[in-house]
Write a protein that binds this ligand. Structure first.
Ligand SMILES: C[C@@](O)(CCO)CC(=O)[O-]
Length: 302
């Protein structure tokens, strides 16, 4: 909740998808190379679509004062890239952790965030830091106007269902387009962004109260604003309609928009599975179901 608005300092919160980790391994080898679903080959020839990864590897290599060890980096990620799921931040986070481990260096959280954010700036342009914080945390992260971002826990029933539309969302492009709209019509677009921030605050309150019905409602209200910001496309609209018809308490685009993923709220597992079925039937490429109970303070989710 609060994506795009957070870039302007408004409240937001995001939850880490704990059931889908990104695993990066580094092994000594003859040449510096990368093995991943999206590219396999020499690090110096990494394509522009993975510019953030290439930049980060170069930076880490330099800062580890490495001038003699060659390595192969392998990335194993269940998250699709360019779908508003924070996968670029998650990959950057795992690469940084793997590098520090490989070179036997201690890594504190702030240093980790600095590296991820530098990589994100190459991938997305100026980022709010929300993705970096979220993917490096076991707990949801809250951004508010007056305090530093912080992790929080909540006790709530319910499930989230996420669906990938299969359409690439270009966060860099949508963030730049919203900025252009804001510069051209600050009053109206500024009011939309503030409203998104307010919905994020409301959603946070309803999560704490375990009020799923109201939470679902603010999901849908936020989606209306995201649509006004030109972040919806027919495919995500279709998925949202299908989820709502199948009993979702509320559904919205998640992340940068104009493609990418949608997120829905379900009352219970049966409800979540019915929504999942409808999403698949309506063309979702991949879906994830996650209980909200894993964010409770005493959760033993591992
Ligand atoms: C769209 C955005 O708000 C979230 C992307 O996951 C961009 C950002 O926060 O940097």
């Amino acid at each position: 909740m609060g994506e795009h608005a957070v870039v302007y300092g408004y409240p937001a919160f995001a939850i880490p998808l704990l059931s889908t980790p990104v695993i990066v391994k580094i092994k000594q080898s003859e040449n510096n190379s990368l093995i991943s679903k999206y590219y396999a080959g020499k690090i110096e020839q990494i394509p522009d679509s993975l510019a953030g990864v290439k930049f980060l590897i170069g930076l880490l290599d330099k800062e580890m004062n490495n001038n003699h060890v060659n390595y192969t980096i392998s990335i194993d990620s269940g998250l699709p890239i360019e779908r508003g799921m924070g996968s670029s931040a998650a990959i950057a986070c795992a690469i940084t952790r793997a590098f520090f481990d490989f070179f036997d260096q201690k890594l504190d959280h702030q240093t980790l965030l600095n590296y991820v954010n530098k990589s994100e700036t190459v991938t997305h342009g100026k980022a709010s830091g929300l993705d970096a914080l979220t993917v490096s945390s076991e707990y949801p992260i809250k951004f508010s106007k007056d305090e530093a971002p912080k992790a929080f826990t909540f006790n709530s029933e319910g499930f989230i269902v996420i669906a990938d539309s299969g359409v690439k969302g270009k966060t860099k492009e949508t963030v730049a387009d919203v900025r252009k709209m804001y510069d051209e019509n600050t009053k109206v677009i500024g009011a939309y962004l503030k409203q998104l921030g307010d919905y994020a605050t409301d959603a946070n309150k309803y999560l704490n109260q375990g009020n799923l019905k109201q939470l679902g409602l603010v999901f849908s209200l936020a989606n209306e604003i995201l649509t006004k910001l030109n972040l919806a496309i027919p495919k995500t609209d279709k998925l949202i309609d299908a989820a709502n018809l199948a009993g979702s308490l509320g559904s919205k685009i998640t992340g940068g928009g104009r493609g990418g993923c949608i997120i829905c709220l379900a009352r219970n597992l049966t409800n979540a599975q019915m929504i999942q079925k409808a999403l698949i039937k309506n063309g979702a490429e991949q879906t994830w179901i996650q209980p909200l109970s894993i964010y409770a303070e005493d959760s033993d989710f591992d």
